[in-house]
Every structure is written in structure tokens, then in C-alpha cells.
Design a protein around this ligand. Sequence first.
Ligand code: AMP
Length: 112
Amino acid sequence: MKKDDCIFCKIANGEFNTEFILETDKIVAFRDINPQAPEHILIVPKEHFENIVSIDDKELFCELLEGIKKVTEKIGLKEFRTVINTGKQAGQTVFHTHIHILGGKELKPTFD
Ligand code: AMP
């Protein structure tokens, strides 16, 4: 289901003509507007789920994870970090779940 005031619902459903690196029936991938690395891509389900633990569709889970492989192969990124923030305390700012892919430079360990 789509949530009217959700920016990622709008992007994922094509309302802003965003360039998609990947699009399937269930997911899209596009570049982060405020990149934290030379490559910073978000993998986002088309359906609205607030966070990763609210997803109740196993196929969607698989597709999101498969999206990591497809996107990184497509752009030739062999070494990268994946991040999924869940909840405000963990740094989630957009409450439509997404997987960050960050790469293209040496990344420091960040668990603070
Ligand atoms: P998080 O803090 O894990 O919720 O990540 C949200 C990410 O969405 C941030 O890295 C933002 O820069 C990114 N973001 C917010 N709005 C947009 C947008 N319109 N297009 C692309 N990325 C966005």
C-alpha cells in the first residue's frame, strides 16, 4: 500500500521521474540525494513498510537482498557497505524502509 505523505512512496512509484538504477515489480534503486560516499544508492520497496522488521512478505525480503547483488553488479561495485537503519535512535530519517549501499572509497568502521 502507498502512504500519501511518504517521499519514498512517491519516488518508488515514479512521481518524480527519478533515475532508477534498478526497477522490478517490487523494488527500485536510486542514488541518495545526499551521498556519504562516491557511490551511495538506496534500495527501496515500492510498497510502504515503515522499517525492515515490518515487512511480512518473504519474496520482498529476497528481492531486496537480491537487489544488492543486481545493483552492485550493474555499476561494477565490488566492495561496499550495506546499512539498514531501523528507528530514529538508529538514525532512520525516512520511515519507508531502505537499504543503503555505500562504496567507492575506503570506509572507516562506524559502530558509534
Ligand atoms: P536513513 O537516515 O537511513 O532513513 O536514510 C534516508 C536517506 O534518504 C538519507 O541518506 C537521505 O539523504 C536520503 N534521501 C532523503 N530524501 C531523498 C530523496 N528525495 N532522494 C534521494 N534520497 C533521499
